[in-house]
Design a protein around this ligand. Structure first.
Ligand SMILES: Cc1ncc(COP(=O)(O)O)c(C=O)c1O
Length: 399
C-alpha cells in the first residue's frame, strides 16, 4: 500500500460521480455542469485582443509574474470593482487561479483540523471539497427563498462560538439559484457584530442578473460602509469571460492578504500571466459591458425555456425557484423522494442532472436536485425536462 497521507486516504469518489460517468452517451441531455455555454464565449473579442498584443505584452505573458497578480490587471480590476462600490482603496486585491483557489487559500490560512465553520445548506460543492480537505467541521444552516435562515444562523453562532468562517454565496446561489434580499444581508451583518469570525462572500454570478431592476440586490455586503467582521470578497472571471482562463480574485484586508500571498507562493507562485494579460485588455477594451448584456439576455432566455417546461410537465408536489440570474434552478421533490433513484431513471431516459445530496455538506438531504440551464443547447431544454418529469412521475407511481 502506498504511504498516502491521512488526508488523501480519507478522499472518496462520490456515488454521484460514478453515476455521472455512466452518462457519457452522446445523445444524453445534460443539465449537470455548472458552466457557461460554449457558444457564448467572447471568441471574437478575444481574437481581436490577441491580435492587438505587442511582442512585449506577449513576452510578459509568457513569463512568471508577481504572486498577487499582473500589476496592470490589479489596476484595471480594482477600477472595475470600485465601480461596483467595493472598497478597493482600504483593502488589497490578489488574483487567484480561479476563485476556487481564493477559497482554498482562505481555508489554508484560517483552518486547522476540527475547526468549526458555518456554511449554507445546500452549498457549492467546490467549497465543500476545500473545507473537507482542511478537515473543518461544517455546521450547516438552511436557506429559504431570500437567503440564509437568520434564526438558524443566530443559533449556530451561539452554539459554535469558536466558528472561524461563515461562507455565503448570496447572489444567484449555486445550487439554490436564489439571491439574498437586502433585509437578509443586513440581518447577517448585524449578527456578526462583536464576533471573532471572518465572512467569505463568494460572488461569481452577481453580474448575471436577468432584469436591470435586480441590480441593486447584487450590491456586495463588502460594499457596505461598516464591516462588522472582516469580509473576504471572492470573485471570478469564470462566468463572465471563461472558466478555462482560471482567473479569480480576492479582495480583503491587509492582514489576511499578507497570509494569502504567502500561501499562494506555495500553491502556484503566480496565476497564468498570459491569461491575466488577456483579461486586463478585455477589461480596458470597453467590450465587457456589451458582452455582459448579451450574456444576461441569453441566460434569461434559457431560464425562461426551462421554467415553461417545468410548469408544463412537472407533477404536483414538485417545487422550484424562479431564477432572477445565474445558471441554476433548484428543484424540491416531495418529502420522501430520493433524487438518486430519479437520476438513474433519467439517465436511462436520456437526461442528467445533479442530485441534491451532492450539495449537502453532510451528504444526506436528497429530495432535491439541481438543473443548470446555462450549458444545454436551447432546443434540448424542453425535451430534457420532460424526461426528468417522467422519471419523477414513475417514481411517484411506485409509492
Ligand atoms: C459559488 C461558486 N464559487 C466559486 C466557483 C469557482 O469558480 P472558478 O474557480 O472557476 O472561479 C464556482 C464555480 O462553479 C461557484 O459556483
Amino acid at each position: 500500500m502506498l504511504p498516502f497521507s491521512r488526508n488523501a486516504r480519507s478522499m472518496r469518489t462520490s456515488e454521484i460521480r460514478d453515476l455521472m460517468s455512466l452518462a457519457t452517451r452522446p445523445d444524453i441531455i445534460s443539465f449537470s455542469g455548472g458552466m457557461p455555454n460554449n457558444d457564448l464565449f467572447p471568441i471574437a473579442e478575444l481574437d481581436e485582443i490577441y491580435q492587438s498584443l505587442s511582442n512585449k505584452d506577449k513576452q510578459t505573458g509568457m513569463q512568471y509574474g508577481p504572486t498577487p497578480g499582473y500589476p496592470p490587471l490589479l489596476e484595471s480590476l480594482a477600477d472595475y470593482l470600485a465601480s461596483k462600490g467595493l472598497p478597493v482603496a482600504a483593502n488589497r486585491l490578489i488574483i487567484t487561479t480561479g476563485s476556487l483557489q481564493a477559497i482554498s487559500l482562505l481555508g489554508k490560512v484560517f483552518l486547522d483540523p476540527d475547526d468549526d465553520i458555518l456554511v449554507e445548506n445546500p452549498c457549492f460543492i467546490g467549497a465543500i471539497s476545500v473545507f473537507k480537505s482542511y478537515q473543518a467541521c461544517m455546521r450547516t444552516i438552511a436557506l429559504d427563498e431570500d437567503g440564509i435562515l437568520i434564526t438558524e444562523l443566530e443559533k449556530a453562532l451561539h452554539r459554535y462560538p469558536g466558528a472561524k468562517l461563515l461562507y455565503l454565496t448570496p447572489y444567484f446561489h449555486n445550487p439554490a439559484g436564489i439571491i439574498y434580499s437586502d433585509e437578509k444581508k443586513k440581518a447577517v451583518l448585524n449578527l456578526l457584530h462583536g464576533k471573532n469570525l471572518v465572512l467569505l462572500e463568494d460572488d461569481p454570478y452577481g453580474e448575471l442578473y436577468f432584469d436591470e431592476k435586480d441590480l441593486p440586490l447584487t450590491m456586495p455586503m463588502k460594499a457596505t460602509a461598516d464591516e462588522p467582521a472582516p469580509i473576504c470578497y471572492i470573485g471570478s472571471f469564470s462566468k463572465i469571460f471563461g472558466p478555462g482562463m482560471r482567473l479569480g480574485w480576492l479582495l480583503t484586508a491587509q492582514e489576511i492578504y499578507d497570509k494569502c500571498e504567502l500561501a499562494k507562493q506555495s500553491f502556484d507562485a503566480c496565476t497564468a500571466t498570459f491569461n491575466q494579460v488577456l483579461a486586463d485588455k478585455f477589461l480596458r477594451s470597453g467590450k465587457l459591458g456589451p458582452y455582459l448584456s448579451r450574456l444576461r439576455q441569453a441566460y434569461a432566455r434559457r431560464a425562461g425555456i426551462m421554467l415553461r417546461a417545468l410548469q408544463t410537465c412537472m407533477p404536483e408536489g414538485v417545487r422550484w425557484n424562479m431564477p432572477r440570474g445565474g445558471f441554476y434552478i433548484w428543484v424540491q421533490l416531495p418529502q420522501k423522494m430520493d433524487a438518486t433513484e430519479i437520476l438513474k431513471k433519467a439517465i436511462t431516459g436520456g437526461a442528467v442532472f445533479v442530485s441534491g445530496k451532492t450539495f449537502d455538506p453532510h451528504g444526506v438531504r436528497n429530495n432535491c436536485l439541481r438543473l443548470s440551464f446555462s450549458h444545454t443547447p436551447e432546443n434540448q431544454i424542453d425535451a430534457g425536462v420532460r424526461i426528468i418529469a417522467e422519471a419523477i412521475k414513475s417514481q411517484i407511481a411506485l409509492k
